[in-house]
Write a protein that binds this ligand. Sequence first.
Ligand code: FAD
Ligand code: NAP
Length: 569
Amino acid sequence: MSWPYHFIDVSDDQKHERRVLLDRYGICAQLSVLVPILGFQLYRLAIWVSSARSRAKTAYSEVPGSPMLKYRRPSTSRTLGRKWRSASWYLSDEFVPSWGRRGRLIGAGIWTAWLLFLCVHKTGDDYMHITKRFGEVAASQFPFHYMLSMKSFASPVAFLLHSSHEDLMPYHQISGRIIWVLLVQHGSWYLNSFIQRGILLQILTSNRAVILGMIAITFMNIIASSSLAIVRKWNYRAFFLVHVVLGISLPILLFFHASHMRIYMVEALAIFIIDVIARKLNTITGFATITKVPNTKLLKINLLLPESKLARFQAAAGQHVYLNIPHESTPPRTSNPSIHDLLYNPFTVAEVSDSSITLVVRSLKGPTSKALDMLSTSSKSRPPINIEGPYGASKKFPNLANYDRILLVGGGVGATFVLPIYRDVRDQLETEGKSPENVHLVWSMRSRYEAAWLSANTDDSLEKHANVQLYYTRTALDDHRDEIAPEDGSIELFDNMSLVQGNTEMPSGRHERPDLGKIVDDVFRLGFEETVAILVCGPTKLASDLRKHVGAWVGQGREVFWHDESFGL
Ligand SMILES: Cc1cc2nc3c(=O)[nH]c(=O)nc-3n(C[C@H](O)[C@H](O)[C@H](O)COP(=O)(O)OP(=O)(O)OC[C@H]3O[C@@H](n4cnc5c(N)ncnc54)[C@H](O)[C@@H]3O)c2cc1C
Ligand SMILES: NC(=O)c1ccc[n+]([C@@H]2O[C@H](COP(=O)([O-])OP(=O)(O)OC[C@H]3O[C@@H](n4cnc5c(N)ncnc54)[C@H](OP(=O)(O)O)[C@@H]3O)[C@@H](O)[C@H]2O)c1
């Protein structure tokens, strides 16, 4: 088969016809995002109808007495349900670690194929038509791409998909990669045409549209490479700054690059501005008390907030906020104070009282946690801190108390997410007259001192709960070895050890890593027909190991609600 595209001479009428087709395909590509959104609404409706029907059936059917008989009871809907659950679990598993979920990758493949079809369809053998079509279709995706990145309550996609910004973030990443591929195609096909016609140098130096287009593609390449997980891990600020600065510049450049792209770029910028305004409206300044949790690298931050704002924090457990350090609170020895203007770091709301919220922060090497650490020792009492939020997927969870068993697993500061949920579900079970022992909590932490941020409430001590398992995997000394170990001897070390091990009021637990396989098996074996909700927050490996063990039970047909809070960033 020979190469199908050629440089052809087109008349003005043909040019007009080509433009009409280009615009039509751009609009079609833009509006086709409504198809998956509509599909999702139909899916939710189908799930709702099916669960309403099965509830009605269960109410009237004769139910065998023993759990084993119940489990073995044959039924077509049961088999279908089991297959559906296994398939959904398989699709939400990672294809290759850190590549994202299988289902998302399949969705991304289908979406890319659809957009490529729109790039090619009815372009005939006109080389310039397909070249322009790549650009048109890429531009048409900008508004939806910006919508997927919206954090604020104004996000229409989050509203329609009954989702939250952290759930939508992976789709924003996928959409960004697709736009990048299409724009690179657009640019390289154009460059090839200039080379073929021998006008490359001349056009690259004199044509404004081409120069702006080349700058836009360079920006797109910088955004794509700085968004790689390895760069985000290495320096989140670099990724963030590049993303914000070039992310705003790109629609402006493309606005001036080609007139037919303008509508999409205006839409994208409008979405960006609406999100910024909504986020500002969702930001409040609270006065903080920052204290170090002894013998750990944890900071406890108590923020006084007005009652009106607290109601939203009380509405759901397990929400998070974005924390920003304003000018007046920036510690004096900060090397680059202006960096804080742009930094908003996420932290989970560990506790909510009638007047304040509490955050627990592991002090790391980055600018925000370093500044908070400095503030904990500064003489400034109650420094003002900006808080944006609350946000989180927990508002959209199904009612956890409706599950027969709930297993909550927290690793280190991940307990800031699972502990409030644990308390919330226990309270709800008690109110509904169900056994609070149906909720199990596993919390693995470096040392028992890491639990000291919990507000002292002797009536509600975790140790009194039969279904709470605490694990201590290191000594408190591990965290401080560099600071307190003497260079030449062990006398000082011994003193410090006795100091850190002296507090007897810490909760007791096992000095080992939790055996996740056994914990999961024990919960699932409690009832063969029981539905189980599992929520985890902590190190990535902890969550992925836990998921593997749960997967074995899903494979056997068990109904599971799974939530891993460590969302991909
Ligand atoms: C939803 C959520 C809740 C969290 N809750 C807690 C908590 O309760 N306690 C705790 O100690 N840690 C929590 N973390 C981790 C915490 O955000 C980082 O440890 C913290 O931002 C590090 O700040 P830094 O100044 O030391 O480092 P930085 O260099 O500023 O950031 C280090 C890492 O933090 C993450 N991060 C920073 N800013 C953002 C952002 N705007 N959006 C998403 N991720 C970002 C990135 O993974 C980045 O690589 C949470 C993370 C997430 C995503
Ligand atoms: N909402 C959120 O998204 C959110 C909220 C809070 C925290 N987080 C994230 O949670 C993580 C917690 O960090 P951290 O520094 O507090 O954790 P950490 O101290 O390094 O680890 C916590 C505990 O988990 C144990 N652990 C780790 N991997 C395990 C595995 N595979 N099996 C069994 N136990 C395992 C550790 O044991 P060892 O000591 O033996 O390693 C330790 O006891 C961070 O990545 C943070 O960003 C996310």
